[in-house]
Design a protein around this ligand. Sequence first.
Ligand code: NAG
Ligand code: NAG
Ligand code: CU
Length: 251
Amino acid sequence: MFTSSLILASLFFSTITTVKAHGYVQDVVIGTTHYTGYLPYSDPYYYPAPPARIIRKIPGNGPVTDVSLIDIQCNGYSGGGQVGSAPAPIFATVAAGSQVHLNWTTWPASHAGPVITYMARAPSDITKWNPGTAAVWFKVDQSGKTADGKWAATDLLTASNSIYTFTIPATLKAGQYIIRHEIIALHSAYVYPGAQFYPSCLQVQVTGTGTKLPTSFVSFPGAYTPSTPGVVWDLYTANKTGAYPIPGPAV
Ligand SMILES: *[C@@H]1O[C@H](CO)[C@@H](O)[C@H](O)[C@H]1NC(C)=O
Ligand SMILES: *[C@@H]1O[C@H](CO)[C@@H](O)[C@H](O)[C@H]1NC(C)=O
Ligand SMILES: [Cu+2]
């Protein structure tokens, strides 16, 4: 049962706002454990306190399009003295080498593009840590356009019931990490700004006996610029001709 009550007004609000397409991660499955995602159209309306989530707060189902803003990191708000998304109060536990399943809301067919996942190791308590503009992120997984023309989003995502699965690197050093998981929708990416970034930041504790960490890192903002290959991409012409260069560093 819920420990706090949802006020009725939110039902009205969500009816209006979910008419727009786009989306976010609504559920995370690790082993047999489900972690409900941050639900932007109901979580803010619980009284007296919102439910504890492992995903950092997002403003809604819409995208970030300015790659220079701190918003590109976790889809949190910039401004107001904030250095990024508000940390979430809890984290999931996941063994190195195991799978994380990310359950997206139904993804619009028009929003073709890659699915990309980064991680960043927290130097201290993850429920208080904000990376700011530090270069702490490394890419752990990516999926763009297959040789036969299928996009990670929407073709493959829809074929797997809106679940994207990636594996925590098996030798990764134990500790607390933010997983930054995103879809980039390319339907308006023929010009900059145009590509739509939908990042989500999950907090996890990685367990195991691994000792490895990468040696090169990127920052958000920083990893993507208007001239990064794949940030500008004409889905309607370039789409037909060739491979899509997934933005950001190598995995
Ligand atoms: C994804 O999450 C939604 C909302 O919680 C749920 O209804 C749906 O069954 C989940 N999908 C899968 C494949 O688990
Ligand atoms: C891009 O290519 C894929 C695969 O060929 C196709 O399904 C999709 O409709 C194309 N998108 C556009 C906008 O042409
Ligand atoms: Cu959209």
